[in-house]
Design a protein around this ligand. Structure first.
Ligand SMILES: [Zn+2]
Length: 125
């Protein structure tokens, strides 16, 4: 489902790091969480507006060692920042369920401004 690291990004439906072009996921990985649209806008405690895309799977990411439920946008889920494994740019967050009954148990919320998707203006197709 995910192209190997170093691929040019010209994969049908590929979602890539805007900074370096590494393929992170596929459009097919988009996942609605808690019945919300896959692309939604959230505001963090310091007032920054974050537009994120939720995905069930993602690759080529590195995560922070610690997670927290503080100010989570998804009740019952802790989050940890994730960055591109190639260029270390912050791409979003990985969400992890804090109870076994939640579905999905994990998912990713990636910053729309930090990734490129098919059809984005200026994307090299
Ligand atoms: Zn990158």
């Amino acid at each position: 489902m995910i192209a190997p690291l170093g691929f040019s990004g010209k994969v049908p439906g590929a979602i890539s790091c805007r900074g370096c072009g590494a393929v992170i996921a596929s459009e097919a990985d988009a996942l609605s969480v808690m019945g919300r649209p896959v692309q939604s806008t959230y505001v963090n405690p310091v007032g920054a507006v974050c537009e994120i895309l939720t995905l069930g799977e993602a690759a080529n990411l590195i995560g922070a060692s610690a997670s927290t439920e503080a100010h989570t946008w998804f009740e019952g889920y802790a989050w940890r920042p994730v960055a591109c494994a190639s260029c270390q740019q912050l791409l979003g967050w990985r969400y992890e369920a804090s109870s076994p009954g939640l579905e999905p148990q994990t998912f990713f919320g990636l910053l729309v401004g930090a990734i490129t998707r098919p059809g984005d203006p200026g994307r090299d197709m």
